[in-house]
Design a binder for this molecule. Structure first.
Ligand SMILES: [Zn+2]
Length: 159
């Protein structure tokens, strides 16, 4: 960002009206450019003084400390945003990594064949997840499969 753009943005910065992207570029410039820092200091002092006159407040004596704190708050705000973005990306990556073993596990599901007596054809029973092991996602299917096997066994014993 150049000095002219930074200068034009002072007012919007003080009114907290900059988007995150512009704010990042603006702060970077202000940090590295003494003349723009001075200009911002002037604008800040005028804004604050008018504010204090309008609201009948006592004049603050340390605008420069106030502005430094304001700039620091803006930096912290951007840092928090950046951290949140990183966490969000990490979660997406984690979900992608998790989805691979899950889909592999389910595609490897154990198949068992069951041939009822007197029948020509076998039934193919597909078990998902790791048999005898708790798998919160596939538990429902394992239970369903167990129930189906029980019913088939009962049928077999009945015949
Ligand atoms: Zn500058």
């Amino acid at each position: 960002m150049d000095c002219r753009t930074a200068l034009k943005l002072n007012e919007r910065y003080l009114a907290e009206g900059l988007s995150d992207t512009v704010l990042a570029e603006y702060l970077e410039h202000i940090q590295g450019c003494e003349s723009c820092r001075d200009n911002l200091m002037t604008d800040y002092s005028i804004t604050r003084a008018l504010d204090q006159i309008n609201h009948n407040m006592d004049f603050s004596t340390d605008y420069s400390k106030e502005l430094a704190q304001k700039l620091e708050r803006s930096r912290q705000y951007l840092l928090r945003k950046k951290r949140l973005r990183k966490i969000r990306i990490a979660i997406v990556v984690l979900l992608m990594l998790l989805s691979v073993p899950l889909s592999v596990a389910s595609s490897f599901g154990t198949a068992k064949f069951y041939k009822p007596e007197g029948s020509e054809e076998s039934l193919r029973l597909q078990f998902y997840g790791i048999p005898e092991t708790s798998d919160p996602i596939r538990n429902g299917i394992i239970e369903y499969n167990d129930e189906a096997v029980k019913k088939l066994r009962a049928l077999e014993e009945g015949e």
